[in-house]
Design a protein around this ligand. Sequence first.
Ligand SMILES: Cc1cc2nc3c(=O)[nH]c(=O)nc-3n(C[C@H](O)[C@H](O)[C@H](O)COP(=O)(O)OP(=O)(O)OC[C@H]3O[C@@H](n4cnc5c(N)ncnc54)[C@H](O)[C@@H]3O)c2cc1C
Length: 425
Amino acid sequence: MALNTDTPPREVAATDGVQDVKRTTCCIVGGGPGGAVLALLLAQKGVDVTLLEAHPDFDREFRGDTIHPSVMEILDQLGLADPLLELRHTKVRNLTLRTPTGPFTPVDFGRLKTKYPYITMMPQTSFLQFITQEAKRYPNFRLKMSARVRELIEEEGVIRGVRYEEKEGKRHEVRALLTVGADGRGSRVRRLAGFEPIKTSPPMDVLWFKLPREEGDPEGAMGRFGRGHIGGLLDRFDYWQAGYVIPKGTYPELRAAGIEALKQAFAELIPEFADRLEHLKDWKQVSLLSVESSRCPKWYRAGLLLIGDAAHVMSPVGGVGINYAIQDAVVAANVLAEPLKKSQSQLKDLNISSLAAVQRRRELPTRVIQRLQALIQQRVLAPALGSDRPFAPPALLRLLLRVPVLRDLTARIVAFGVWPVRVRE
Ligand SMILES: Cc1cc2nc3c(=O)[nH]c(=O)nc-3n(C[C@H](O)[C@H](O)[C@H](O)COP(=O)(O)OP(=O)(O)OC[C@H]3O[C@@H](n4cnc5c(N)ncnc54)[C@H](O)[C@@H]3O)c2cc1C
């Protein structure tokens, strides 16, 4: 069936209480790292793209702040790495955990052959503002904030766009040749499209709270393993974001023990921050994050594609989820830009085989990394959380990481994922 997709987006008659209907070529739901980078890449390649983000800004409580070497290399290809590095950031050159038996460095980026042998730590708000600001230079890009997608438009089995709601409840329609669900772990698009993810439940949850920053504090991030406890701090420049890992399902028990028990446990883990815990007075200041991991058997159907966490929820282990979402975006733009432009000019539907090609290229790297994350969860994190003995990294792991080639391979996988990707020129 032919589609009428004119550019730039234009208004057509609205129906069913919908205020207006706009047309575009690609409608991306979700302005996280995956959605924002895909929007920028498609806009650069001359595809009409509309990015819909449910929130009024990019500031969110649960946001990873890492930009991996692979993402820096992608930005370098686009001429955007240097401008990004002008924004406030810190650099993490290795991942060192302080354990009761001494420091343990499972990942050292120093030996990687890359211009960016470090993780750039930057509030994700700054990163997303930077990417969308860049995309706004293209007249074929449109960003709509406070636009929460509620429904998919489906005609004869093909997804033809979405209906979204603004704050005051006003409803709007965006009709598109391709709708991309980049709406994260709780993806509504995934559910509306009828995809059922295969879930694995990592053996942990995370408590998330803020601690004040003081002058003279170190920069960057830190991770600590204690007796049955794991925790860490992320530098958000104005404050510290604290994460405290607990065995799955033990939150009610911890809560019943009172906030003082949490403060004491965290103070034991990171004693130099003990005085800051005074700031924690109430459980209202603490959020529980249920850690999940999953993947959809199928990431596409006619007119629709899922990328990033919407297609495969990544556990926080190794902090690779943002990297993977952006790599999905790069592959989707590489594969789909030309077919989208062709379909747009010929007023034809997009061939579903192009959507299948995106999943084909990204599924194996995703499955491999999720398997590795599960292994670390089961072999390292779960025993550490369940024990009241001082944590010691498994002897085999220490031994393997002494072999230079294996040590470099670990750093390479964290930095670039299992299958590095580049933007097709
Ligand atoms: C506690 C925690 C810490 C983590 N730390 C790291 C880390 O340090 N490094 C790392 O790489 N990964 C980390 N991860 C994983 C990482 O956050 C995800 O893998 C990554 O954010 C996925 O990116 P995305 O673009 O697919 O989705 P998201 O980043 O989840 O973005 C989805 C976007 O869609 C929007 N949205 C949702 N529903 C709708 C709707 N109906 N309509 C319109 N918009 C909608 C949301 O507001 C959001 O902006 C962490 C995860 C957790 C839970």
